[in-house]
Structures are given as structure tokens and as C-alpha cells.
Design a protein around this ligand. Structure first.
Ligand code: NAP
Length: 281
């Protein structure tokens, strides 16, 4: 089975669109997301444009604030503090990576944890670990929704996550643990990675290396979620998994593009909506 993230995300976006429509009748303002982009990183520009387009599609008010790469840390923190105070703003997202002179941790800590639509604030990271209500990072949240969509019960299943980043690997491992899976987190220092992966009923791959994972890493009938966004030798978008090599061995797999990527953006909209409700209780 090829898990069609694009189609599933469209279905969810249409649901959100209806909800936003109801909100516009019931409340005197729309949910609002503010995205701050510092610098001219090409990939970031594309991601931000996608986020803006998706917000417009569902009717969420979106504002993108763009600064050139020389924008100071001090000015950025001041801007975030101002947005924290603005009652019309539900979600604040600072697009990563930031230029080297800006301390990413400081920036993430400055965003009001109740407007932290990416779920990267340390308070929200702690809440995720504790299993408490919080904005859940978008990519991991999207993966859990996809597993739900294919009615996959994680109870007692072996999950192997390759990658231990704060934005993907660690949070998705926590979410799988909450769903009663047995979870292993692998990384660049893991010994005999193929052997570790071969025990996975669900293999989550978030490495950032084009087509690194081939059928030698896959247990027959596994579910494979490919988070990677890379370019192959022909400059075509591809994942961390060698799709053609593994597709006949798996039970289900997400393609790249059209798998996890669209779900990430959709979960950003969902998080914005959830924060709006929280602010209007
Ligand atoms: P990251 O912060 O660069 O982390 C990469 C992880 O992969 C690290 O934990 C690293 O291990 C591990 N790794 C690197 N080489 C390895 C190897 N040879 N064997 C085993 N593990 C290895 O990456 P990220 O931010 O999580 O992103 C990963 C990929 O997902 C990227 O391609 C990114 O573009 C993509 N991404 C996609 C979405 C989406 O919406 N689809 C969202 C976010 C990210 P160490 O910790 O030991 O260095």
C-alpha cells in the first residue's frame, strides 16, 4: 500500500476549512498564524510559501514577516515578544534554520508556549514527554495521523526510528511510546543499523540522506514512513528510503513527494486551530 499523504492531507484540510467557516460565523475573528522568516535560504522560502498557501486555502489568517539575514537577534526577540502580547495572534512560527548569529534556543524559548504552533518550546517538549496536552510538532503529529488513517494499531509493535532530531526523531518516538509500541531510536553511531531496522514493524526514517535505506533494512511486511526530503542524482525529489527497492517488501510506505510532507503543513493548520480554541475558551 502506498500511503497517499497528499490525498489524506487534502481531506483534513477540507475539514479544517469547514471548521474555519463555522468559526467566522461564531467568533469575531479568525484563527491567525504568524510566520517569521529570517534570511534567504531557498528551502525555507519554499516551506514558508507552502504554509502561507495552505493557510489561505482553509481560511486561516496568515501573516509572513520576512527579514534579511542581517536582522539582529535582539530585534527578532523583541518582535516575538510583541506578537506574544497580540491577542489576535494564535500561532507564532519562526522558520528554522536561523542565520548563525541568532541563538535558536533563545528564540524558541521566547515564543509564548501557548502560541508555540510548532511545539518546540521547552515547556511543550516537557509536556509531550509527560503525555500532557500540548501543541505536538507537526511532522510527528502527521505521521501518527497517517498511521491512524490506515487503521494501524501500534500496541506491542516494534518501532525503529532512525534519526534523533528534536523536530522529528525524538518527538515521534515519544508519540509511538504513548501508543504502546516498543521503541528504538537509532542514529549515526548505531552499530549494525540494518540488523536493528530488520526487527521493525514500523520503520520511521528521518536521516536526510537520499535513498540510504534499501530492502536490506526492511522486515517483510513492515510499515515504512519516509521523512527525508532530498534530491537524487537526477535532481529529483526523493526520500531517505530507496522506494523502488523496498516497495514490494513492505505492507505500506509513504512516498516522497506526496507522503509526510503535505501532512506536516496540514498539521500546522490543525495546531493553529487548536490554539485558537484554547485562546477562546
Ligand atoms: P537532522 O537534524 O539532520 O538529523 C538527522 C539524524 O539522522 C541525526 O540524528 C543523525 O544522527 C542521523 N543520521 C545521519 N546519518 C546517519 C546514518 N548514516 N545512519 C544513521 N543515522 C544517521 O535531520 P531532521 O531535521 O530530523 O530531518 C531529517 C530529514 O527529514 C531531512 O531530509 C529533512 O529535510 C527531512 N524533514 C522532512 C520533513 C517533512 O515534512 N517531510 C520535516 C522535517 C524534516 P546523529 O544524531 O548521530 O548525528
Amino acid at each position: 500500500m502506498i500511503i497517499n499523504g497528499k490525498e489524506i492531507s487534502l481531506k483534513i484540510k477540507d475539514k479544517i476549512k469547514k471548521e474555519v467557516d463555522q468559526i467566522s460565523k461564531k467568533y469575531n475573528r479568525l484563527p491567525k498564524l504568524v510566520v517569521i522568516l529570517v534570511g534567504d535560504d531557498q528551502a525555507s522560502q519554499t516551506y514558508v510559501r507552502n504554509k502561507e498557501r495552505a493557510s489561505q486555502y482553509v481560511g486561516i489568517e496568515s501573516q509572513v514577516i520576512r527579514h534579511d539575514s542581517s536582522f539582529s537577534e535582539e530585534a527578532l526577540l523583541a518582535e516575538i515578544r510583541q506578537l506574544n502580547q497580540d491577542d489576535t495572534v494564535d500561532g507564532i512560527l519562526v522558520q528554522l534554520p536561523l542565520p548563525a548569529h541568532i541563538d535558536e534556543d533563545k528564540v524558541l524559548e521566547t515564543i509564548d508556549s501557548n502560541k508555540d504552533v510548532d511545539g518546540f518550546h521547552p515547556d511543550n517538549v516537557a509536556k509531550l514527554f509527560l503525555g500532557q496536552q500540548c501543541p505536538v510538532p507537526c511532522t510527528p503529529k502527521g505521521m501518527m495521523v497517517l498511521l491512524d488513517e490506515i487503521n494501524y494499531d501500534l500496541t506491542g509493535k516494534e518501532v525503529v526510528v532512525i534519526g534523533r532530531s528534536h523536530i522529528v526523531g525524538k518527538p515521534v518516538a515519544m508519540l509511538c511510546l504513548q501508543k504502546n509500541a516498543t521503541v528504538t531510536i537509532a542514529h549515526s553511531k548505531t552499530k549494525d543499523l540494518p540488523k536493528v531496522c530488520q526487527r521493525a514493524d514500523i520503520l520511521i526514517v528521518a536521516i536526510g540522506k537520499a535513498k540510504m535505506i534499501n530492502s536490506d533494512y526492511i522486515k517483510e511486511g513492515a510499515v515504512v514512513l519516509d521523512v527525508g526530503i532530498n534530491r537524487d542524482e537526477n535532481n529529483r525529489l526523493c526520500g531517505d528510503v530507496d522506494f523502488d527497492d523496498v516497495k514490494d517488501k513492505v505492507y505500506a510506505i509513504t512516498p516522497v513527494p506526496g507522503g509526510i510532507g503535505p501532512m506536516t503543513v496540514t498539521m500546522l493548520l490543525k495546531n493553529t486551530l487548536e490554539l485558537f480554541y484554547q485562546h477562546n475558551q
